[in-house]
Design a protein around this ligand. Sequence first.
Ligand SMILES: NC(=O)c1ccc[n+]([C@@H]2O[C@H](COP(=O)([O-])OP(=O)(O)OC[C@H]3O[C@@H](n4cnc5c(N)ncnc54)[C@H](OP(=O)(O)O)[C@@H]3O)[C@@H](O)[C@H]2O)c1
Length: 300
Amino acid sequence: MTMGKILITGAKGQLGKTLLPYLSESNLSEKYSVVSSDRYKLDLSRHDSICSFLSSCKPSVIINCAAYTAVDSAEIEFELAKKINDEAVGHIAGWASKNGCRLIQISTDFVFDGSKQKPYTPGDLAAPIGVYGRTKQAGEKHILELLNGSGVIVRTSWLYSEHCQNFVKKMIRLMSEKSELGVVSDQVGSPTSTHTLAKLLIKLIENQSFCGIFHWCDGASISWYDFAVEIQEASLAQGLLKKRIPLSPLRSADFPTMATRPLYSVLDRSYTLEKFAIIGTDWRMELGEVIKRISEKTED
Ligand SMILES: NC(=O)c1ccc[n+]([C@@H]2O[C@H](COP(=O)([O-])OP(=O)(O)OC[C@H]3O[C@@H](n4cnc5c(N)ncnc54)[C@H](OP(=O)(O)O)[C@@H]3O)[C@@H](O)[C@H]2O)c1
């Protein structure tokens, strides 16, 4: 039997690192071989090499986890962010369309402007307010135009894991170094463990007929400050932090950043839960699992 091939781009990012073991442990490994790429194997800012790489690899499924994800730096390096998040996705989608390949693109809550105040559904109007969100939305458009009826976009939010850099790991480090900490409390969103997202991606590969836009998060509607409070409690419970420090809520205006972020970006995952007939994950439980993994991890 000929095996198909799954290509995971951005394999050294936090989602890529989480996803690879789930793939090799799933039943998919009986049907597919898995190939991964990092920026050295496939540099998405070098468009001349994308199609030749794909033609030599011949994947039947691509999960594009690679992205320019530095939200603030994107405001300055906008050309690079555009090359990776927008134009490269166009090249990958074009190749996928010509070669009958299934493309699953990971996108973001930052495609929304944050003015809604109710969880965003996949059909809501995307109106990004920063360079990162604009380039990711442009990436989505390539999928919708070139792979209409077969492409998949999974929008997720506030990703964290035991791998690489993320808010959870940053908070734990700061809480162990500082005697008090201020955290932004007027941006509301929904944290997502890369583990729950990885499990959804496996289901998406298994269900070949599922296409279009899906939203995925772990079901919270909280501020960064609320999240930090829970990170501290879970880390104390796991023995990852030795003592509690006072946390105080900050306004975004008191903590200026290069990029403006949506003040509200909770994703409505109900369509995804219904379509896959699955029960929603619990954000506190998932945070606890990741904090346990962080406490057990010896190196990145
Ligand atoms: N992080 C979040 O909070 C969040 C929220 C919503 C959506 N998302 C989306 O989720 C996906 C996964 O994010 P993540 O958190 O896993 O991001 P990440 O940890 O920053 O990983 C992104 C990966 O992309 C790679 N990359 C960057 N430039 C590249 C290039 N020119 N060519 C090839 N690869 C390149 C990076 O390589 P290096 O390791 O060499 O830098 C990195 O491995 C992305 O599409 C992101 O937009 C993330």
